[in-house]
Design a protein around this ligand. Structure first.
Ligand SMILES: Nc1ncnc2c1ncn2[C@@H]1O[C@H](COP(=O)(O)OP(=O)(O)OP(=O)(O)O)[C@@H](O)[C@H]1O
Length: 372
């Protein structure tokens, strides 16, 4: 039940908007906690083949409500509507176990903006998938998201206790997110610069480790052929061989990231798409080539963030104090969704300027959110 007081400010967000997936839920719920207004999100994940709350979304909302001492109504598996009534954001230690291969990194995506406004640091133990398709693998969040978020003033760290892959999950990470003293700092990422180095990690769990060598060789060869100025770029892709109990289930994937002379960080990933019944996953060379090609494409555009980072920084831009502008490639549906939901949930307004056929500048005057 939403109290009378809360009803006055209750907002309703249509979960089927644009991307119509879990991201609508995450952005709407995070904004509600930060802005301290209750929100009802209906038609949850209406554009997905199995709509409604899945375990990772439910566990995310549950831990969010622990962090903000709030109430979650309608929070059950497959539910199409929830209401989050936030209370004051708390610091401390929080835990969640997704119990499937649902991504723990998407729980970080949901709670991180709120933890910034806690009265102290937040530590999290999260169990589920760490290296899964269709979500940021943990090495992407550590090596791409975290350095870009640090430009806004975010101080976070992640340690992997155990890797968890599709379909079993069972991975575990420990994360620490420091609260910010004032507001986030506006960020301008406008010049691509010159690529200085490419780094990466290829994780292989309970599979023959020559697969990782093949993926790394394929990624390096693709980068050397296609990356602008490749002859002067140092490429260092490490191999991480792991097995039970440091990993649950078989898994295999690569995360690449590059840095330029203007401190742009771009990332790209490919996680082998193994079948639920143990079917063979993506061939090893394809894993390396796919990630390398995605990195080359974003690089050739002159994008200052990669295609997946676009949507993940919208909240940070909107919350920061002052004008942020970021040059990126064609806007993804996830980015348009994050912009739309944040605009519906806060006073921020974004603008998108077309710079040429494939480059766009996203800007906003951030609301300069501070801890209340
Ligand atoms: N390969 C990748 N590397 C980095 N980030 C990724 C990658 N793939 C997806 N993401 C990010 O993961 C998030 C996925 O959001 P999305 O709403 O599709 O997922 P979801 O919560 O699992 O919901 P649904 O199951 O409804 O799709 C987005 O922020 C997207 O940018």
């Amino acid at each position: 039940m939403v109290s009378k007081m809360d009803q006055r400010t209750l907002r309703t967000i249509d979960g089927s908007l644009l991307e119509g997936g879990g991201q609508v839920l995450r952005v709407a719920a995070a904004c509600a906690v930060i802005m301290q207004h209750p929100v009802t999100i209906n038609k949850i994940r209406a554009r997905r083949s199995a709509p409604g709350l899945k375990s990772q979304h439910l566990k995310g909302l549950e831990v969010l409500c622990l962090i903000c001492q709030g109430k979650l109504a309608g929070g059950s598996l497959n539910s199409a509507e929830v209401t989050v009534t936030p209370g004051p954001i708390n610091a401390g230690h929080f835990e969640a176990d997704i119990q499937t291969a649902g991504s723990v990194m998407l729980i970080i995506q949901l709670v991180l903006p709120c933890c910034l406004y806690a009265p102290g640091p937040t530590s999290l133990s999260l169990r589920g998938g760490t290296d899964t398709d269709m979500a940021p693998p943990v090495d992407y969040t550590k090596n791409v998201f975290a350095p870009i978020a640090s430009k806004f003033g975010v101080d976070m760290s992640i340690d992997v206790t155990r890797r968890g892959f599709f379909p079993r999950g069972g991975g575990e990470i420990q994360a620490t997110i420091k609260n910010i003293p004032g507001s986030l700092t506006a960020v301008n990422l406008l010049e691509f610069g010159k690529v200085l180095k490419v780094e990466g990690v290829c994780v292989i769990a309970d599979l023959p480790d020559h697969l990782a060598d093949t993926a790394i060789d394929a990624a390096r060869a693709t980068l050397q052929r296609g990356l602008p100025g490749a002859a002067d770029v140092h490429i260092n892709i490490k191999k991480e061989v792991t097995s039970y109990p440091n990993a649950v289930g078989k898994g295999f994937g690569i995360v690449l990231w590059l840095r330029t002379s203007t401190d742009v960080v771009l990332g790209a990933t490919c996680i082998s798409k193994a079948g639920k019944r143990g079917e063979r996953g993506t061939p090893a060379d394809v894993v390396g080539v796919e990630a390398a090609q995605a990195l080359i494409e974003d690089c050739k555009l002159g994008a200052c963030v990669d295609r997946h980072m676009q949507d993940q920084m919208i909240l940070l831009m909107g919350l920061a104090a002052g004008k942020s502008s970021v040059v990126c490639g064609p806007l993804t549906q996830h980015t348009l969704t994050a912009i739309e939901i944040m605009q519906q949930s806060t006073p921020v307004k974004f603008t998108v300027d077309k710079m040429n056929d494939s480059l766009f500048k996203i800007s906003c005057d951030g609301i300069g959110m501070k801890r209340s």
